[in-house]
Design a protein. Structure first.
Length: 462
């Protein structure tokens, strides 16, 4: 159901703000860790009732039960020739692994895929497929442990296979039986020894969980939910909206500038309550992580994911957007805090300091080996390294804490006291503290356990 509220702007122009009561139309495939709701990213598809509906992109190509044409594969690496045909693998269960070097879940699957290939080499063939350039992919693979580079052919520069098996979210797996028939589309959870044995024993019959890639058109440079995302009224002075879960949108935070450059924005889509408050209280310093939160509430079921994650997300995640003129940019996080307190009055949320054991980035001596030489600001991170150029050193603790060391038991903090911009280029496994320390040493830096007074975000029943 949709209705319009007529609002009066400062200039006297009438603004129409759309208030949406969201109906869940399709169940999403949601991969969830304790604090990471990885839902689906947004294609506009209008139903008979005129409402925008999410469309399953995987239905646009070959479908389950279809026979696969004898497609040519080139270039293919780590194989006896530089090209192949799908018929070369007929007689085996074929699993196509669509991935990318920048996709952390994809990279995390590499050891598992190699182990499965070794175990089932006579009955199963895994093939890694990416649309990235060969030089980038091969350089990435060369940095992996030698035992994870060996048995799986790698297809690069792909356009053909992706056109037959369209998808949006990575990793994406296509299962093709020994006769060349599509039997499943799955995510990473279904890639297991037991499932492979089941498919082999049942001659291609499978009960594997079907992966659906729903997508709805959404332009992240336009306001959320206004005019079907068709633009911003020129007289818009203030906009704030909170909705429940919206099928087809990713779980993200963005402050990306709007097309109307006189405005600033904060946007959270399909996010949990702790993340909303963590962003508001963290402000420009960065979001409070789960390791910096304390839950002194009698019931955490509305705050922390549990049980069936898809159903939990539909009931307990929210979309929030705030748009302000640039002149009020400094107020945006304070306004968001005030609004969240009104939206969720059952919780008292505040910051306190406490002495806690942390993993701190520290300087080993006073010699400056990291000062910038200037130039364009760069901050790029991947699983095997990062580069900072004319950038803040705080990027290191933020990225390690949020992504690469998110499962490390201690908070990751910056304790260098270095306020100037830096130039640092590291090649190391970012999920491995010892590997990081070996690479950081030449810059006079290290990650050390220590006790430090830190800020924590407290949730209490009001």
């Amino acid at each position: 159901m949709m209705k319009k509220l007529k609002l009066q702007s400062n200039s006297g122009t009438l603004l129409y703000i759309q208030i949406l009561k969201i109906t869940i139309l399709v169940i999403l495939n949601v991969n969830v860790s304790m604090f990471s709701l990885s839902a689906q990213t947004p294609r506009k598809d209008s139903g008979a009732d005129g409402q925008m509906k999410a469309k399953d992109i995987t239905e646009n190509g070959l479908r389950i039960g279809d026979d696969v044409p004898d497609l040519s594969i080139t270039p293919i690496h780590n194989y006896k020739t530089t090209s192949a045909k799908l018929s070369d693998f007929k007689g085996k269960l074929l699993i196509l692994d669509f991935w990318a070097t920048w996709c952390s879940p994809c990279v995390a699957m590499i050891p598992k895929m190699e182990e499965l290939q070794k175990e089932f080499k006579n009955k199963v063939q895994l093939i890694s497929i990416t649309d990235q350039k060969a030089k980038d992919v091969l350089a990435f693979i060369s940095k992996l442990d030698a035992k994870y580079r060996g048995d799986i052919p790698v297809v690069t520069d792909d356009k053909l296979l992706s056109s037959y098996f369209p998808h949006v979210y990575l990793p994406h797996y296509v299962w093709i039986d020994a006769r060349g028939k599509v039997i499943a589309f799955t995510g990473a959870d279904e890639i297991s020894r037991d499932n492979i044995i089941q498919v082999l024993e049942k001659d291609g019959n499978t009960s594997l969980k079907r992966k659906h890639d729903y997508k709805i058109e959404y332009d992240y440079s336009d306001p959320l939910f206004i005019g079907s995302n068709g633009g911003i009224p020129t007289s818009l002075n203030f906009y704030s909206v909170l909705t429940g879960y919206q099928n087809g949108l990713s779980s993200i935070f963005t402050s990306k500038p709007l097309k109307d450059s006189t405005l600033v924005r904060l946007t959270f889509t399909n996010d949990i309550i702790p993340h909303l408050f963590g962003g508001a209280f963290g402000g420009n310093r960065g979001e409070f992580s789960k390791k910096n939160m304390r839950f002194l509430v009698s019931d955490t079921t509305k705050l922390l994911p549990s049980g069936d994650m898809v159903e939990w997300a539909k009931k307990n995640t929210y979309c929030y957007e705030l748009i302000l003129p640039k002149s009020r940019n400094a107020e945006k996080y304070a306004i968001m805090k005030d609004e969240l307190n009104r939206f969720f009055p059952q919780y008292e949320v505040y910051v306190r300091k406490e002495l806690s054991e942390v993993l701190a980035l520290v300087r080993l001596d006073t010699t400056d080996r990291i000062g910038t030489g200037g130039g364009k600001e760069i901050a790029t991170f991947s699983g095997v390294g990062f580069e900072l150029r004319n950038a803040s050193i705080k990027w290191i603790s933020q990225q390690l804490g949020m992504i690469y060391l998110q499962n490390y038991p201690l908070p990751i903090v910056d304790d260098t006291g270095y306020a100037k911009a830096v130039d640092i280029k590291i090649e190391a496994k970012l999920s491995d503290v010892s590997s990081l320390n070996q690479a950081l040493a030449k810059y006079g830096l290290a990650l050390r356990k220590k006790y430090k007074e830190i800020e924590v975000l407290v949730f209490k029943d009001r």
